[in-house]
Design a protein around this ligand. Structure first.
Ligand SMILES: C[S@@+](CC[C@H](N)C(=O)[O-])C[C@H]1O[C@@H](n2cnc3c(N)ncnc32)[C@H](O)[C@@H]1O
Length: 336
């Protein structure tokens, strides 16, 4: 079946927060499902509530494709949007304060081992993000088959000043069962639904907002840094494993690099008639627990060296990404 990508939003490079009114054509309500798996719940909700923007956020590209296929075979409801992102970091970045009516998380991976606990979505930071993006009176629903996980999430969420427990129910009746729900029910397990509501205004700081607007004002679309030294003749092997850390819990490390030779007629180097080298440096950065992998392009510009984010890298422009560009240029400039 042909997948229509019309409902998938590729967030990297989009101005954030998302303009939900524009995205939905002015629909008054907006719901979000986190970790939709095969997309059954998200698509059924979109079809059942045409007056509501129904969004699903997922980290797995395979799940994104499955959901897009399902949307296609259901006539691509115009009120459905699929977001490819890690909710632990991106929920607060994607949505403005008080913009969502309902957030649902069906059967998240509970990560029972203590050493994996940081992979759970329901952290203190998530409670802050939820308290910011929900409208006052808006609700968050968590459905799980693990009682200890429901209690852990309840404790984390209700400790928040702007969130109150509405209900904690065992085996509630639900309009749509998900794949995992059917599986656990067939195994005779109990299903627990936790519902919390937002009671007062709250906000959190965002790390990616405003970046594109600033760039567009200056007529720039990529971030770059320049150093007044020529490109090292012996390559960039000295960078392998170099790492740095900055404010806002930002960390980065430079990995392998790849060399490419631009031909004299290359459209990438119109101002340099002679053949010259470019390098791509694989970089991994983290803002807190939010990790990204991308390439930084290093190229000669006259006698200088230019470092910029490779245009093909799909990356959110977080503080760690910006610091890695500046750090790479600094290391090239400091080299004898
Ligand atoms: C156990 S499955 C449940 C799928 C579906 N909700 C269901 O009930 O059948 C958990 C889903 O959450 C997704 N997921 C895990 N961590 C996530 C995160 N940080 N942000 C978004 N999705 C996440 C996984 O890729 C997976 O599809």
């Amino acid at each position: 079946m042909k997948v229509d990508n019309g409902s998938i939003l590729f967030l990297e490079g989009m101005a954030l927060p998302l303009d939900l009114s524009r995205l939905s054509g002015g629909l008054p309500k907006a719901n979000l499902e986190i970790g939709f798996g095969n997309g059954e719940f998200t698509v059924r909700q979109a079809l059942a509530h045409p007056d509501t923007l129904s969004m699903g956020m997922e980290v797995s590209p395979a799940c994104i494709t499955r959901c897009a296929r399902r949307a296609s075979s259901s006539g691509n409801p115009p009120n459905l949007k699929i977001l490819c992102a890690d909710a632990r970091f991106m929920m607060k970045e994607c949505f403005a304060d008080a913009s969502l009516d309902r957030v649902v998380m069906n059967f998240p991976c509970p990560w029972p081992k203590t050493r994996h606990a940081r992979r759970r979505v329901t952290t203190k930071e998530f409670a802050d993000a939820l308290a910011a993006v929900l409208k006052i009176g808006g609700v968050f629903e968590l459905v799980t088959d693990e009682e200890w996980y429901a209690l852990d999430a309840q404790e984390k969420l209700t400790r928040h000043q702007a969130l109150d427990l509405l209900a904690c129910e065992t085996n509630p009746s639900r309009p749509v069962a998900t794949k995992y729900e059917r599986k656990w029910l067939e195994m005779g397990k109990n299903i627990i639904r936790l519902t919390v509501a937002k009671t007062e205004s709250f906000t959190v700081s965002r790390q990616t907002w405003g970046f594109w607007e600033e760039k567009e004002k200056r007529g720039e679309r990529t971030m770059h840094a320049k150093t007044r030294k020529p490109l090292p003749e012996d390559g960039l092997a000295f960078l392998f494993g170099a790492s740095g850390a900055g404010p806002e819990d930002a960390r980065w490390v430079f990995k392998k690099h790849y060399a490419a030779v631009n031909s004299p007629n290359s459209p990438n180097s119109p101002e340099t008639p002679e053949t010259h080298k470019n390098f791509l440096v694989e970089t991994v950065s983290a803002d807190g627990d939010f990790e990204q992998r991308y390439y930084l392009k290093v190229s000669a510009r006259g006698g200088d060296t230019l470092v910029k984010l490779d245009e093909m890298s799909r990356v959110f422009l977080t503080p760690a990404v910006r610091f890695s560009v500046e750090d790479l240029a600094r290391r090239l400039g400091d080299r004898d």
